[in-house]
Ligand binder design. Sequence first.
Ligand SMILES: Cc1cc2nc3c(=O)[nH]c(=O)nc-3n(C[C@H](O)[C@H](O)[C@H](O)COP(=O)(O)OP(=O)(O)OC[C@H]3O[C@@H](n4cnc5c(N)ncnc54)[C@H](O)[C@@H]3O)c2cc1C
Length: 581
Amino acid sequence: METVHHDVLLIGGGGAGLRAAIAVAEANPRLTVGVASKVYPMRSHTVSAEGGAAGAIRPEDSLDEHAYDTISGGDWLCHQGAVEAFVREAPEELLRMEHWGCPWSRTPDGRIATRPFGGMKIERTWYAADKTGFHLLHSLYQTALKYPSISFHDEWFVVDLLVDGDRCHGAVAIELASGKVVALLARSVVLCTGGGGRVYPFTTNANIKTGDGMAFAYRAGVPLKDMEFVQYHPTGLPFTGILITEATRGEGGHLVNRDGYRYLQDYDLGTPEPKPVKRSMELGPRDRLSQAFVGEQEKGRTVESKWGDVVHLDIRHLGEKLIDERLPFVRELCRKYQKIDPVHELIPVRPVVHYMMGGVHTDIEGATPVAGLFAAGEVACVSINGANRLGSNSLTELLVFGARAGRGAVQEVENAPDRPPEAVLRRALEVERRIHGDLLLRRGEGERVATIREEMQLTLEANVGIYRERAGLEEAREKLRELRDRMKGVSLDDGSLTFNTELPHYLEMENMLDVAEAIVHSALNREESRGSHQRRDFPARDDERFLAHSLVRRSPEGEPRVELLPVTITRWEPGERVYGR
Ligand SMILES: Cc1cc2nc3c(=O)[nH]c(=O)nc-3n(C[C@H](O)[C@H](O)[C@H](O)COP(=O)(O)OP(=O)(O)OC[C@H]3O[C@@H](n4cnc5c(N)ncnc54)[C@H](O)[C@@H]3O)c2cc1C
């Protein structure tokens, strides 16, 4: 079997992966770095981020204000030590991006421009028009290409980690162009595989976001943290799930119901302002806005459409000039995918799954409990996002914690053995045999991967969505068990080796079932409502029992086991969740 050796292996070429790769190259140019990515790095989901990246920079802002907003927005479930490091390093990282070529939008006098974002009471979101992710990823990619020590394995699909005892020695991957299975051996590994929103049917997430890295870590015995916290974004296009960025509301857009009424004024968004709240109401936290949509739906005040119930986002009053200058991508998306022009028409929107607060359990240097294995970006849970991420904190998180994990991986190289144990190579061979000797030969009359995927997605949407309760969660748990069983009977139509796209879909499906199971079991265990996890049967936050992270681990029998880990509180005692003080 072919083997490739690197000192450090990055799995994922999105924002976190590229930032980590550069950090390794800068810390020690003698180390060889491999970046494996199932798509070309520039196609990673980071490219689609629109709104911006948070970092305190304005004179009226401070690191403490950014930390407070993040912690209260996360309903006091954030690791406060991690948040303090995050807000401190945020402006430094964003400025570094400027030096690497990221064209941040400017004020007329040439300073960095900022825009308001949900849950942030001071403007601190840096942006590059509404294509921030594109510019950020491009700048990172161009910078990474300058380092001779970094090499890319583009369109290589990682199947699993190579872990022996409590150390990670690399991963096994399929080169998609040839179908060859290769052992990628490394002294330290950083998982940067992004989130897994595709376990739900309506999502802003790209098709590639299937939680692969979370499943790898889970199978390797690393706990997944806070998986029950799944963020719905209140404004996705109803059919495609394409995101209409929060910046649209930051610039002054209104959410209205079937009567053209700004319904958010009827809901508690955590804003202490007297009602009706004027400008800030559309900028309440995403979880509360998504819950308000369900409230309108239950009152029969949403609008029926052929894609289900929607409300309207109205930006007509902003005018063509501002829309073209600040929100050109929003206009383009509406025209191309919804066939409407938001300069003159209302945009139909509904809440769609957007982001996973949970992920691979790491410390604030990105290290997991398995030696030689690090994680950063959306795949990881440090946690700076707690029970609800504030928009625009994530892009900054990729930079701050991508860099930290990269530096951690460099230090770990010293501790790794010179050559991996035999058991690791045997395991790689097993994976190769499974792919070539089993999966590719499974032809015939079995079920389709797509059938299993759709049933899983609909089950999660119905039972583990914006609101949850015990009976529904138990139903989802049973359904997932059934689907796992049915996976054994799935067959593939395509048995070829060259660019076989069905094979990765099968492997992604296995990963998504692991992720879905972790979400459901963590949600069942958390008998309270906090942030994006709302239990109808336990409507209040319960700090007594649940001011704690959920850690879900796979037992030796393959069953998920949930335990709790106390939250690190440094300076901000849990209080009522208000923003906009
Ligand atoms: C539409 C949209 C808009 C957003 N807007 C904003 C915003 O304005 N501000 C903000 O802060 N956040 C925003 N977010 C969130 C933020 O963009 C993401 O959380 C972040 O970009 C994730 O980056 P990442 O590097 O962790 O992962 P990704 O960018 O998703 O990259 C994952 C990488 O892992 C690779 N990979 C995955 N699985 C495998 C495998 N099995 N084998 C090999 N490679 C693999 C992929 O090829 C890819 O290179 C947005 C998200 C979406 C979906």
